[in-house]
Design a protein around this ligand. Structure first.
Ligand code: SAH
Length: 385
């Protein structure tokens, strides 16, 4: 089976940050964190109620020690994947990650497949040929071709196992949202308050937008932007599943030009930039990464920083977060925001749970590392206009 690769220049970039630990960090990227997190929708249930509801469904959930609305499940494994398969089914990267943790296969994640009959065993692999899981098909090949949604295969053997959260009553009722712990912490750092005008520049599928509504108890005015119309529809359905569609305007737009297009210049209290990134911190790593992609993304990310500068009031707060660990997309962009755009770096007076505080030039930021505390790779910086 193929193994996803990082190109040499990426490894060089990572060694700027991690030095002699680089090899160990990279090795960890191929494994999932031991804890799988969800956020409790605290406007609808308390954390203790959620723990109790999971228990009734036979699922053991634990409260996080530091973050009051975070709950986690234990991930078990690694296991050998046993699969006397009759063919292969190719899935997208996001689906491969959930299959590796034991989730079932649904139609939207399927890219291509060998012919199969209902009940056949198939090896689910990524486009590059990396193994995700063994699935037993629940429909026939021709049924699958006519479907746009629904179950295609039951996961019968996967390298890791975690509870199937999306199939629970708690999930269906909108009482939780699946989110990594650093993502949950990002919205806490943004600290949304009643009356503030907050722009979420890369909002879909809505994890942080919904959290912002939750934390401000629906009293902040939130403008949620995403370039993709289909993703804005997904965001709206997330907000309504969670019953958190309060004071949120969700618009399909290119947020790089927001300050030019809407009359928002200098009016915004807080901005969140959670831009597209190389996703290197999303564990397990299932896709090879190229340096040229990292370089292009870094340039793209800078454009959101530029627009945010124009949108914010003097003294306004910017939180920049990525689920990647390259220097190019993180420290380098924040130094650009400080040196070229005139932002100043800010930090919290309290410790940021599980994070490493990193300093570079005039910048202070927080990094989550796969080695320290077994977190996904993640970066958060706070800037003030
Ligand atoms: N903050 C989200 C995740 C964001 S992922 C959450 O917590 O759920 C990055 C998003 O940026 C993607 O949905 C992508 O469609 C969006 N994006 C990419 N380019 C954009 C642009 N120019 N303007 C607005 N959104 C953009």
């Amino acid at each position: 089976m193929a193994v996803p690769q990082l190109d040499e220049r990426i490894i060089r970039d990572l060694s700027r940050v991690y030095g002699s630990l680089t090899e160990r960090i990279i090795k960890r990227l191929y494994t999932p964190p031991r804890r799988l997190y969800v956020r409790v929708n605290t406007l609808r249930a308390t954390r203790n109620e959620i723990l109790e509801l999971f228990k009734r469904e036979g699922i053991v959930a634990y409260p996080d020690e530091y973050v009051e609305d975070a709950v986690y499940f234990e991930v078990k494994g690694p296991f050998n994947v046993e699969c006397p398969a009759s063919g292969r089914i190719i899935v997208d990267s996001r689906t491969a990650v959930s299959l590796m943790l034991g989730a079932d296969l649904y139609r939207p994640g399927v890219l291509q497949s060998d012919y199969f009959r209902k009940g056949d065993l198939l090896l689910a692999i990524t486009r590059e040929g990396a193994l995700a899981a063994c699935v037993k098909t629940a429909v026939s090949y021709s049924d699958m071709l006519n479907m746009t949604r629904g179950l295609v295969g039951i996961n019968v053997s996967s390298p890791y196992k975690a509870p199937k959260i999306t199939e629970t009553y708690v999930y269906a009722r909108g009482l939780i949202y699946s989110q990594s712990l650093p993502s949950i912490i990002t919205s806490h750092i943004l600290n949304p308050r009643a009356g503030e005008l907050i722009v979420d520049m890369n909002a879909a599928p809505g994890g942080k937008t919904s959290h912002i509504v939750q934390l401000s108890r629906g009293r902040a005015r939130v403008l949620a932007i995403d370039r993709s119309i289909s993703k804005i529809l997904e965001l709206r359905s997330t907000l309504s599943r969670l019953q958190l569609d309060v004071n949120v305007m969700a618009i399909p737009w290119d947020s790089r030009y927001l300050h030019l297009d809407l009359n928002l210049h200098g009016k915004v209290s807080k901005v969140l930039i959670d831009p597209p990134c190389s996703n290197l911190g999303v564990r397990p790593l299932v896709e090879s990464k190229k340096w040229s992609v990292v370089v292009n993304l870094s340039e793209y990310q800078k454009q959101f920083l530029k627009a945010a500068k124009e949108l914010l009031k003097p003294g306004g707060l910017l939180v920049y977060s990525t689920c990647t660990i390259t220097f190019k997309e993180n420290e380098e962009n924040i130094v650009y925001a400080i040196e070229e755009l005139g932002f100043s770096s800010s930090e919290l007076e309290v410790n940021v749970p599980y994070a490493e505080r990193v300093c570079y030039k005039d910048m202070v930021a927080y990094r989550y590392s796969p080695l320290l505390n077994d977190m996904p790779g993640y970066f958060i910086a706070i800037l003030v206009k």
